[in-house]
Design a protein around this ligand. Structure first.
Ligand code: CMP
Length: 137
């Protein structure tokens, strides 16, 4: 069993895609074990994207993720990290396969609707950051 982090970014919330994205995750057989709609503090977002410090898009993604409410979701199941990444599709929606969230619902890399943890270590770090109160076992 693995638990991974999914963020629905401000564009996804604004487009009323919370239900559609969550529906796909649940239909796959994964369990939502943590869920919150929140205005993310800048400090949380900067720490979340720490690996991208210095890259040309770093400030822009931090601005974007704090521009409106986001949904933070903890998703659990067998191979949840890889399963969720595959369901979301390639980071750039133009390269994302049809049938994926981005391949079906997004067009631009700046607004690619979701973030999901890249591997088990990232998932552990990101879940602690977004769910500091902890998650059910
Ligand atoms: P995410 O999975 O949240 O991780 C970093 C985000 O930066 C990425 O999704 C994109 O939304 C955003 N981004 C913007 N420009 C780029 C880029 N050139 N390469 C990678 N990510 C980018």
């Amino acid at each position: 069993m693995e638990t991974t982090l999914v963020l629905i970014k401000p564009g996804g919330v604004a487009r009323n895609l919370i239900g559609e994205i969550t529906r796909r995750i649940e239909l796959r057989g994964l369990e939502v074990v943590g869920l919150k709609l929140m205005q993310a503090p800048r400090s949380t977002v900067e720490e979340h994207y720490a690996e991208h410090v210095g890259k040309p898009f770093y400030q822009g993604v931090c601005d974007y993720l704090t521009s409106g409410p986001v949904v933070a979701m903890a998703v659990r199941g067998t191979n949840a990290v890889k399963a969720v990444r595959a369901m979301m599709g390639a980071t750039n929606p133009i390269e994302a396969a049809p049938g994926t969230v981005r391949g079906d619902l997004a067009l631009s890399i700046e607004d690619n609707l979701t973030h999901s943890s890249s591997d088990a270590e990232a998932a552990e770090r990101e879940l602690k950051l977004w769910f500091p109160e902890g998650l059910p076992r």
